[in-house]
Design a protein around this ligand. Structure first.
Ligand code: SKM
Length: 268
C-alpha cells in the first residue's frame, strides 16, 4: 500500500485527504493520504522519518514550505519560488516541487482565461503570491505584485521576470487594475466574511478574478467581481489543480479530476 500525506501545522482543516483518497478509489490504487503535524523544530527529522518509513509522497503546507527546502533536492521552479509543496520519495533522494504555481494556471485556464500575454495583478507577496507570480510570469504574463508591505513586493518583483512591485494604496491599485486582464488574491483577506483586498469600484467586466481563499468559497471579492461582470474562479479550483499535479507527479497516472473536484466541493 502506498502512503501519501500532508505535512503542516495545523492540518486539521485540510481537504487534501478526502480529495486524494477519492482519486485512489477512482484509479483503483491501494493507498491512503494522512496528515502529519510536526513541531517546527522537528521538520528535518520528520522528512528523514517519512523516507525511512517508505512514504511515497508528501504535500507540504503552512508553515513548512520554505523549511523543507533544506531536506530535499528542489527542482528549478521550487528553487526559484523558494517554496516546496510536494515531496516525491520515489527516487534515490527526496525531491521537492511546487505545484501551487501550475495549480493557479490550470484553475485560470480551466475557466477559459488566457494567461499568455495577460496583464496580471497579484495581491500578496507571501508563499502563495510568490508561487502564483512565478507561474504567471513563466506562462508569459506581465505581473504587477501589490503587497501591504511594499518592499516585499519589490523584492519579489526583482526575482520574477516581467514583474513590478507596488503598495496597496487604493489609487495605485485602481490604476493597475484598470489596465489588467487577470487579478489574483493571494492574501488571506476574504476569510472573514465582509473583508476584501480590493475595492469593488476597481473591478470591471474585462477581468478574470481568481481568489486563492476557499473558505468561504464565495468571498466578498468574488461577489464584487461577479457584480462587475468579471469571470470568477474560486479557491477550490487552485486547491484541486495543485493536488492533481501532485498526484500525477507521484503516480505517473492521469488524475481523475472530476472525482477529485466533486469530493472537494462536497466537503466545502
Ligand atoms: O500547497 C497546498 C498543499 O499541497 C495542500 C494544502 C491543503 O491541503 O490545505 C494547501 C496548500 O498549501
Amino acid at each position: 500500500m502506498d502512503v501519501f500525506g500532508l505535512l503542516g501545522n495545523p492540518v486539521g482543516h485540510s481537504l487534501s485527504p478526502p480529495m486524494h483518497e477519492a482519486a485512489y478509489d477512482e484509479l483503483g490504487l491501494e493507498a491512503r493520504y494522512v496528515t502529519f503535524e510536526p513541531e517546527p523544530a522537528d521538520i528535518a527529522a520528520a522528512i528523514d522519518g517519512a523516507e525511512a518509513l517508505g512514504i511515497t509522497g508528501l504535500n507540504v503546507t503552512i508553515p513548512f514550505k520554505r523549511d523543507v527546502l533544506e531536506s530535499v533536492e528542489a527542482d528549478e521552479l521550487a528553487t526559484r519560488i523558494g517554496a516546496v509543496n510536494t515531496i516525491d520519495f520515489t527516487g534515490e533522494t527526496p525531491t521537492g516541487h511546487n505545484t501551487d504555481a501550475v495549480g493557479a494556471l490550470r484553475a485560470l485556464r480551466d475557466h477559459d482565461v488566457t494567461v499568455e500575454d495577460a496583464r496580471a495583478v497579484v495581491v500578496g507577496a507571501g508563499g502563495a503570491g510568490r508561487a502564483i507570480a512565478f507561474g504567471l510570469a513563466d506562462a508569459g504574463a506581465t505581473v504587477a505584485i501589490a503587497n501591504r508591505t511594499e518592499s516585499t513586493a519589490h523584492d519579489l518583483a526583482a526575482d520574477v521576470p516581467n514583474a513590478t512591485g507596488h503598495g496597496l494604496e487604493t489609487d495605485e491599485l485602481a490604476d493597475l487594475l484598470a489596465d489588467a486582464d487577470v487579478l489574483v488574491n493571494a492574501t488571506s483577506v476574504g476569510m472573514e466574511e465582509h473583508a476584501t483586498p480590493v475595492p469593488a469600484e476597481a473591478l470591471h467586466g474585462e477581468l478574470a478574478v481568481l481568489d486563492a481563499v476557499y473558505r468561504p468559497l464565495e468571498t466578498r471579492l468574488l461577489r464584487d467581481a461577479a457584480d462587475a461582470g468579471a469571470t470568477t474562479v474560486d479557491g477550490a479550483w487552485m486547491l484541486l489543480y495543485q493536488g492533481v499535479e501532485a498526484l500525477e507527479l507521484w503516480t505517473g497516472r492521469d488524475a481523475p479530476v472530476d472525482a477529485m473536484n466533486e469530493t472537494l466541493r462536497a466537503h466545502l
